[in-house]
Design a protein around this ligand. Structure first.
Ligand SMILES: [Zn+2]
Length: 173
């Protein structure tokens, strides 16, 4: 008869600890500092851009594309596949590569991906004849040099990562 397993196999990972302080009086455990561990984390994340794919194909080709509603004529700088106002299916159109700063903010905090780049400036770009705005990074101006209404032009990263950050803006003049 085969003996039942009564022990999990040991792993290569982890740490064998010696001399870790542990109080005899367990009420002291409430005063213990939190244990903080560092652990590498990696996943391959497969994400579909679905109907937004043409926007990212545009970025890879150094073009900005928005959508336009064929029914009510509303033009979106941040593409929407269906019109927010009338629900119609929109068509793609090419946006100009120059616009102006509608508003801006300086980020001193950010998500994990951008934390190491703080502080950075974000702008909402206004394109002539387009009804909605595009959020992007502004490079080349310090916080006190930025003015609403300034002309900016789009620049694209040479190596596309198919991310919204493939495009950023710099002063046009
Ligand atoms: Zn519409």
């Amino acid at each position: 008869m085969k003996k039942k397993e009564t022990k999990l196999p040991e792993t290569e990972e982890g740490t064998v600890l010696f001399n870790v302080p542990f109080p005899e009086d367990l009420s002291q455990l409430k005063k213990m500092s939190p244990i903080i561990i560092k652990w590498p984390y990696h996943i391959d994340y497969i994400h579909s851009y679905g109907q937004d794919s043409p926007f990212f194909a545009g970025l890879a080709n150094k073009k900005l594309v928005g959508t336009k509603c064929p029914k009510c004529g509303y033009k979106y700088a941040t593409p929407k596949y269906h019109c927010m106002y009338c629900g119609s299916e929109c068509d793609w159109f090419e946006l100009p590569l120059e616009g102006k700063i509608h508003t801006w903010t300086t980020c001193h905090f950010g998500g994990e991906e951008f934390l190491k780049e703080t502080p950075f400036n974000l702008i909402l770009v206004e394109f002539e004849g387009v009804d909605s705005l595009l959020l992007a990074r502004l490079i080349g101006l310090s916080q006190d040099e930025i003015r609403i209404g300034m002309k900016v032009k789009a620049k694209f990263r040479r190596n596309s990562q198919f991310k919204p950050t493939d495009v950023y803006f710099v002063p046009a003049e």
